[in-house]
Design a protein around this ligand. Structure first.
Ligand code: GRF
Length: 199
């Protein structure tokens, strides 16, 4: 897989850890970012995983950036792209060419977008959570693969709640990507099934 990050990359680090075991069934072939300063890039390089950056500001528009990102990903020929804390919307050049999943810190379709944890708190929900889904051309809108709930606790602020969600996310991401790698998947409309079909 190629993992895309924009920041700390703790989800990416959890994937790198899991991939140390051959039974896991997957490998990270590269880590990519839109931000040269993304902390996780150093983590990847320390682990001997190639890291690349496709900075948004180097391209005339979103579509040129998207094409450059898609080509850079293709250089590593991954079976799967994992968007794990990648804060830009990937367009048709990427999602039309590469199977890609995204991890989102809310129970979609509630609270899509960049401020999911803040929005859930502001709405006053008692339970939020995390979702892993296939990417399509919308914002956090593709077919859902798995979700795990996380209760909101009295006194939670955005940082505390996000940290608890991220603890759950790392486990869910590692489990789900492992299952996808070992068993394959079928997407039928909005429904995702693990395991390959066909001859
Ligand atoms: C995660 O909560 C992810 O769902 C969201 O951004 C956060 C990334 O955290 N899109 P990290 O960079 O993996 O620590």
């Amino acid at each position: 897989m190629v993992v895309l990050i924009s920041g700390t990359g703790s989800n990416m680090a959890a994937l790198l850890d899991a991939c140390r075991s051959p039974e896991y069934g997957a490998q990270v072939v590269a880590v990519g970012s839109d931000r040269p300063g993304a902390g996780g890039l150093e983590t990847a390089e320390e682990e001997g995983v190639p890291a690349f950056v496709v900075p948004f500001r180097d391209y005339a528009d979103r579509s040129e950036w998207d094409t450059a990102m898609s080509d850079r990903i293709a250089d590593f020929a991954p079976d799967l792209v994992v968007s794990a804390g990648f804060m830009r919307i990937l367009g048709p050049a990427v999602v039309g060419r590469h199977a890609a999943v995204n991890i989102h810190p809310a129970l979609l379709p509630s609270f899509p977008g960049a401020h999911a944890v803040r929005d859930a708190l502001a709405h006053g929900v008692r339970v939020t959570g995390t979702t892993i889904h296939f990417l399509d051309e919308g914002v956090d809108s593709g077919p859902i693969i798995d979700q795990v709930p996380v209760p909101v606790e009295d006194g939670d602020d955005e940082a505390a709640l996000h940290e608890r969600i991220k603890t759950v996310e790392r486990r869910m991401l590692v489990d789900t990507v492992g299952e996808l790698a070992r068993r394959g998947w079928t997407v039928d409309g909005r429904h995702v099934r693990l395991g390959r079909t066909g001859p």
